[in-house]
Design a protein around this ligand. Structure first.
Ligand code: PAD
Ligand code: ZN
Length: 369
């Protein structure tokens, strides 16, 4: 039995309850969860933007210690400190062979087949769907080995957790997708857990101007702390006009990191002629938005970004090393640590824009900020 935050049918409140796990399949690993970040993608299931089967265990940005490995697992052993990442390339398809696991065509390979028993069930026996094939908001995660990366024992668990999504997505958008060059100019619309990592990625890449746009003064302050050069409060001014003014006609790279059609349009309006707007934020699959035809004449591009095109076992060890050397700020990203019992308040705080990242801690001694 393990405690978990479960989202049931017909409610937007998670309940804390005991769940059961089934024996491991050959390529699965049982992880004793130590920390799990709350990402807006999880919240999208609560608010209905993403529709997922229930009962559901949210959470995909977790860190913990390997407890048991399946019969075919050789890369992990009990005691290893690991990070989960929802980018689980099957390893066999063309996209994986090309180093693009975020585009994997064989994602089913890392899930249990329909005919198999579910990894976890509620105490009353209902099968639980784990969010993004991870389901991190439980004391015990059962996951395919391809969803794990080993990290050093020196990384505190609350910092390790955010590597799996906020960090790989934000830095990957800058390094892997936009490939920001020294001297480039950047705008970031939405500076929460992921957007702050876009800001610091742009700083590390050597961008000369990093314009942070948010509606919250606290987020703008946090952006400044990790490298933003200019701050735009979208609740006070016209964000597009202000970014065009500050950048002298548009930035080289504009990142939308909220998940709204209107801000995706803003990103396209903010980028310079011939340059690109990147949509990192997640919208419902059937959301639509229009694009001014004028932008096509001006050679602008719009590009979607999935998990920063990360290759977890390449990027996460690199980011850990950058953190060790003081180049990457992880401490500043986690502004609240909370016990599992407070998970609903953690999501509320995230939706209200009160936290950079809130991280659920599973060991009571590690909860304090
Ligand atoms: P967050 O809630 O921590 O941050 C969102 C930020 O946007 C907050 O700081 C808000 O104040 C700010 N904001 C909201 N509305 C506006 C507005 N109109 N103008 C300016 N700022 C605004 O969320 P997050 O950082 O966890 O996630 C952000 C999005 O990225 C969300 O849609 C999430 O689902 C998505 C995401 N995408 C991927 C991916 O692979 N594409 C990965 C992880 C998260
Ligand atoms: Zn996420």
């Amino acid at each position: 039995m393990a405690r978990a935050a479960v989202l049931h049918e017909g409610t937007d409140v998670l309940t804390i309850e005991e769940i059961t796990s089934s024996p491991l399949r050959p390529r699965e690993v049982r992880v004793r969860t130590k920390a799990c970040g709350l990402c807006h993608s999880d919240y999208h299931v609560i608010d209905g933007t993403l529709v997922r089967p229930r009962p559901h265990v949210l959470g995909h940005e977790a860190a913990g210690v390997v407890e048991e490995v399946g019969s075919q697992v050789t890369a992990f052993a009990p005691g290893d400190h690991v990070v989960t990442c929802l980018v689980m390339g099957c390893g066999d398809c063309k996209q994986c062979a090309q180093g693009q696991p975020t585009l994997c065509a064989g994602a089913g390979a890392t899930k249990r087949a329909e005919a198999e028993p579910p990894r976890q069930r509620t105490a009353s026996g209902q099968p639980i769907t784990p969010f993004a094939n991870v389901g991190g908001l439980t004391e015990e995660i059962v996951i395919d080995e391809r969803g794990l990366v080993v990290i050093g024992d020196d990384v505190p668990m609350h910092l390790a957790a955010i590597l799996g999504c906020a960090v790989v997505t934000g830095l990957g958008a800058v390094f892997n997708v936009a490939q920001v060059q020294p001297g480039d100019t950047v705008a970031v619309i939405g500076c929460g857990g992921v957007g702050l990592n876009v800001v610091q990625g742009a700083r590390i890449a050597g961008a000369s101007q990093i314009i942070a746009v948010d509606l919250s003064a606290a987020k703008l302050e946090a952006s400044y702390a990790v490298g933003a050069t200019d701050l735009v409060d979208g609740s006070q001014v016209d964000a597009v006009a202000e970014v065009l003014r500050l950048s002298g006609g548009g930035v080289d790279h504009a990142f939308e990191v909220i998940g709204r059609p209107a801000t995706a349009q803003q990103a396209l309006a903010m980028c310079a002629n011939g340059r690109t707007a990147y949509v990192v934020g997640v919208m419902s699959d059937d959301a639509e938005f229009t694009v001014r035809a004028e932008y096509t004449k001006r050679g602008k591009s719009l590009r979607g970004v999935q998990m920063g095109s990360t290759r977890p076992r390449v990027d996460i060890p690199r980011y850990v090393e950058m953190w060790r050397r003081g180049q990457l700020d992880l401490d500043g990203m986690v502004s609240r640590r909370l016990p599992l019992d407070e998970v609903n308040d953690g999501f509320r705080a995230m939706a209200a824009g009160e936290v950079n990242r809130a991280v659920v801690m599973f060991d009571r001694t590690e909860e304090a900020p």
